[in-house]
Design a protein around this ligand. Sequence first.
Ligand SMILES: [Zn+2]
Length: 386
Amino acid sequence: MGQSDTAVTSIISSSAGCIIKDKGGVSERGDIMNQHTRFNLPICLAVEEDAFFHSDEIIKRYIPDIIGQKAVIVSEEFLIGIYKEKINDISSDFGGAEIIAMKNASFDEAVAIAKKVCIEDIKVIIGIGGGRVLDTAKYAAHISKAVYICMPTSLSNDSLASPFSVLETSGKTRKTISCKIPTAIIVDTNMIINAPEGQTLSGIGDTIAKHTALFDWKLSAARSSERIDDFAYALSRMSYDSVYHCDEKNMKSRVFIRILSRALVMGGLAMEIAGSSRPCSGSEHLFAHAIEEFYTDIKISHGIAVALGSIPACIFQGQDPAGLINFFNTHGLDISPVSYGITKDMFADIWDKARTVRPGRITILDDTAADRTMLDEIYDRMVEKK
Ligand SMILES: [Zn+2]
């Protein structure tokens, strides 16, 4: 293919679930294409009531090629106990697929599953569980090049459809590693409605954090050669808007669960299109990463930690956090650091460390000279939730 022909090449292959857009060189119209973009999109995003009970019909509808292929199910011991009937049903739909009980969401465990998949000629990995299970299954599918079907039992963060897996590497140290996104995402709204409320709140927190993440992305683009991908930006903004402005406030309603499911998936796809986590991760995520790395005793989920981080980040950015605080109060997402055992000293130290956890990532923290008095005032405001 000649240089002029390669200006824009789009290949859409429904069987592979792959959309590739290559941009490079100068087109016949003279447009200068200086970006190289390559991304995948899932073939299927089914958000349905009792979807787990008719997952075989959904898969037949979207990816009939994989029916009859050898598959393996990755889940967790306690989930296999709770959802025995559903998981056994899905296993029999795939000719008695082996069910693996994942233990610690580690890099080694993901690689071991990938090794088994390659050696035993398994073509499909089905992940059934929360973030840890799905990250492990996603990475195993990435290495083994298997088709990956993602079936969440809770909506705790946007890693559902993101091109990253967070895995333990050595000890408790967790690393974010690039990987491919799922081929199919099947969300059973009944399953999510019955998930622990804290998990859904965490998913809400991860979605609302896009507000400050997008501000930081723009700031970074203004200061560096980084370019904002408009579609990734729009997807992430829409993800945030759909939840923030949602009229339905009942987290146990099907309407809300459908909106949150799609919002989290859109966040993941925004990262896939941008080729980085920037559309969904800014200074509020640096706060959460600092907790994950330096305060491992603090028991707080990722989405709640970024929700907490989004209030100070908003203030550092010169934005009024009142809207976010109201939103979190309305949904019962507790933003008081005290509730998670975070003292004023720890709060100040976490923000100090947040500046160091992702060197080279430009955020509002580069401009913020928040002194102890300011941080103490923000802390008090968060404790009072106003
Ligand atoms: Zn996140």
